[in-house]
Write a protein that binds this ligand. Structure first.
Ligand SMILES: Cc1ncc(COP(=O)(O)O)c(C=O)c1O
Length: 403
């Protein structure tokens, strides 16, 4: 991985203070670029929402708003508040996710958010009751746990037994009940199959299956029209630096052809993207506190571990990484360092699960240098075990790209 020069400058400047360095560095210029690019290339009717679970930092929300996302996909009241604080109106919020509390649903109904994505019959009835009490109605989508999945995805959200949505096989029973709830305005389907998909054809195949399902539902239930079809997120990023990055133009072209083929022009197609918009905008940079050999393998211990950057351990992958050599003096003459070796990186936590990277080939590293992990702008700090061992949180440094 190449660390962009302006990011390396920041690291060097901050490291000069002599305090232990442990920080996320964010530059949202790429989120802006990617949003603009998607808005330009996607076919008519496609709306890009930022899935703020990827990174809820205000800078990301502000960049997404300024770049012209249609709105924000939220998954809690906390996210709703952050989105509103960043200048989004409730009518730009769509709410997905299982286990929405009564208080969270009440906020959505009272503030008339754009759509609530129903995850279960109990949730549908809760929304209906809240609407009756408030004398309002609410636009909703139905999230379906489709009977298909994407096999090579990093994480799957449909197929098999899942807590997400209502099983496709139960629609016969569930859909009539939902349609009978008179305060719910049914607008269509949400089918989110998988996250971290690099293969465009896999994701397009999924769209095709969702279109088939839409046609079946509309044929079976007279008067029902799905004017909104939400595909969730899923555009992958190339963590393993294989060179096979996700190709949004190929996706846009394929989706455009498919919309025509199914005669679905005039409908709305929602993309709730997190990773693809945010990952490139962040680096996790953490000081090497110790290097030692244990039974023949170098163990590198950094200031931050899975308490600050849990993704590599959670998904059993190495993020792209590089070392900023600061040329600090030695603590003692025989201290260990790394030269062209495959090593293990971990943090300061008292668990073997505290892994940042394993078997990663490092050219040169010394105690006091900074290990930098790229593609860390999505699912970084907010997805980590922040409270474990009560270490201070890493700094979040925001810079603006000169590009
Ligand atoms: C409902 C929903 N929408 C969107 C996303 C964002 O997915 P991604 O980061 O893969 O784009 C997620 C991620 O878990 C999700 O659960």
């Amino acid at each position: 991985m190449q660390i962009p020069p302006h990011i390396e400058d920041i690291i060097r400047q901050h490291a000069e203070s002599g305090n232990t360095f442990n920080a996320y560095i964010y530059d949202t210029a790429r989120l802006t670029k990617r949003t603009l690019c998607l808005n330009n290339m996607m076919p008519q009717g496609v709306e890009v929402f930022y899935a703020m679970k990827a990174n809820p930092h205000p800078t990301f929300l502000e960049a997404a708003r300024k770049a012209g996302v249609t709105g924000i996909e939220i998954a809690s009241l906390g996210e709703a508040n952050k989105a509103v604080d960043a200048g989004f109106s409730p009518s730009q919020l769509i709410y997905t996710g299982p286990g929405k509390s009564l208080e969270e649903l009440a906020w959505c109904v009272n503030n008339s958010i754009r759509t609530i994505h129903i995850e279960s019959l109990a949730e549908a009835h809760r929304i209906q009751n809240l609407c009756v009490a408030a004398g309002k109605s609410q636009d909703v989508l139905l999230r379906i746990n489709a009977n298909f999945d994407i096999h090579d995805a990093q994480t799957t959200f449909s197929g098999g037994s899942k807590k997400f949505g209502i099983d496709e096989e139960q629609l016969d029973v569930a859909l009539p009940q939902i349609l009978a709830l008179d305060k719910l305005n049914f607008h269509g389907l949400h089918v989110y199959a998988a996250s971290g998909v690099l293969n465009v054809d896999d994701l397009l195949h999924n769209c095709e299956l969702v279109f088939d399902l839409t046609q079946r539902i509309e044929a079976e239930y007279q008067g029902v029209r799905c004017d909104i079809i939400d595909f969730g997120g899923g555009f992958g990023v190339d963590y393993e630096e294989t060179g096979n990055d996700f190709d949004p133009q190929a996706y846009a072209d394929g989706l455009s052809t498919m919309i025509e083929k199914y005669g679905f022009q005039g409908r709305h197609f929602v993309l709730e993207l997190g990773r693809w918009l945010a990952a490139e905008c962040g680096w996790f940079a953490t000081e090497i506190i110790d290097i030692k050999t244990s039974r023949g393998k170098k163990q590198v211990v950094c200031a931050g571990g899975i308490n600050h950057f849990r993704r590599p351990a959670a998904l059993s992958i190495n993020h792209p990484m590089a070392i900023v050599n600061l040329g600090r003096g030695k603590l003692f003459e025989t201290q260990e360092s790394i030269h062209q070796e495959k090593v293990y990186f971990g943090g300061p936590l008292c668990t073997s699960a505290d892994k940042l990277a394993n078997d990663v080939l490092i050219e040169e590293a010394h105690i006091g240098d900074i290990a930098v992990f790229g593609l860390a702008g999505a699912y970084g700090l907010s997805m980590s075990n922040n409270g474990f061992l009560s270490h201070a949180l890493p700094q979040e440094i925001v810079v603006t790209s000169p590009e």
